[in-house]
Design a protein around this ligand. Structure first.
Ligand code: PAF
Length: 305
């Protein structure tokens, strides 16, 4: 197996991006020529949107994008619109050189792939946009209740990046389960011609869900943060909705996590809380503060009693 590394095309401006996309378009096999005969990949272009500070979870999305499409675009942009006042916008980890080195690793991006790393002035040339995407009811619950406007900010930049990068498929991790559900709903409700692909959440060996924000955790925080994945594991052994929620909360508290934003058991497509009569697969979602770091995690659970 080759261990050769290659470097993707790095672009910062809209003009550079348009030129690099045009190169990808010229190289693409036209659908009319029988795409299936030329390639096993079902899509022409895939986009993976990130805020940088990449980790193995992001790289698994890029590897999947590589499998699904002939050409890949990775966007790296810390979107101010999705951070509330007092959140970590200014200290959010930024490391473009490190990100590029990771993306150039074996089996990931090659010279025909694109990394789009724009400045704020490129994405929002007129300053804060007047017109934004409203996530609606799916954006009011859970993350939306604790981070008002967060999902509107996410959807606004996701739609802009979809317009700018023109993908056939866009990949999002299931770690941000509510974000994924909101993006799916936006694409459906607004007829955006993009297939949304949800990819599995990636965990460290000790169970901690990978997140760029894990970089903020002290050694002691990190030990306590394992309470989130433990809560999901123990709660999944229960059968009734109430027992699932209470086991998760008790486990978080036993791990020394006192500031819990929510423990929610929701219907996966709508993100509405399930009641005692619900049976079937639900999503158990947790958000909690460990030290100065806010973490989220989730897992599917079967409600059977
Ligand atoms: O999941 C993220 O990193 C961000 O919310 C996204 C999708 C890149 C939009 O800024």
């Amino acid at each position: 197996m080759s261990t050769q590394t290659t470097t993707p095309t790095l672009v910062h401006t809209r003009e550079e991006l348009a030129a690099a996309l045009a190169v990808q378009d010229v190289q693409a096999v036209p659908r009319s020529e029988g795409r299936a005969a030329h390639t096993a990949r079902p899509h022409r272009r895939a986009v993976v949107m990130t805020m940088g500070a990449l980790h193995a979870g992001h790289l698994s999305l890029v590897a999947k994008a590589r499998e699904l499409a002939d050409a890949v675009v990775v966007t790296i942009f810390v979107n101010p619109l999705q951070f509330g006042a007092g959140e970590d916008l200014s200290r959010y980890p930024r490391d473009l050189h490190g990100d590029l080195a990771l993306l150039s690793g074996p089996g990931l991006l090659g010279p025909d792939d694109i990394v789009f790393a724009p400045d704020q002035s490129v994405i929002y040339p007129d300053g804060e946009p007047i017109v934004r995407v409203a996530a609606g009811a799916i954006g009011d619950a859970l993350e939306g209740a604790h981070r008002p406007g967060h999902l509107d900010g996410v959807l606004t930049v996701v739609l802009k990046l979809m317009h700018l990068t023109r993908p056939d498929v866009a990949l999002f991790g299931r770690k941000d389960a509510q974000q994924l559900a909101a993006v799916r709903r936006m694409v459906r409700d607004l007829d955006v011609p993009v297939v949304v692909h949800g990819a599995p959440l990636v965990r460290d060996e000790d169970g901690l869900a990978l997140s760029s924000r894990n970089a903020y955790l002290s050694a002691d925080d990190r030990r306590r943060a394992l309470g989130l994945s433990q809560a999901l594991t123990l709660a999944a052994r229960e059968h009734a909705a109430d027992a699932i929620r209470s086991t998760a909360l008790d486990t978080l508290q036993a791990a020394g996590i006192d500031e819990v934003d929510y423990v929610a058991l929701v219907e996966p497509a709508t993100f509405t809380e399930v009641d005692a009569s619900y049976r079937g697969e639900a999503l158990l979602l947790l958000a909690a503060h460990v030290g100065s770091t806010r973490l989220i995690d989730n897992a599917p659970v079967e409600v059977s009693a």
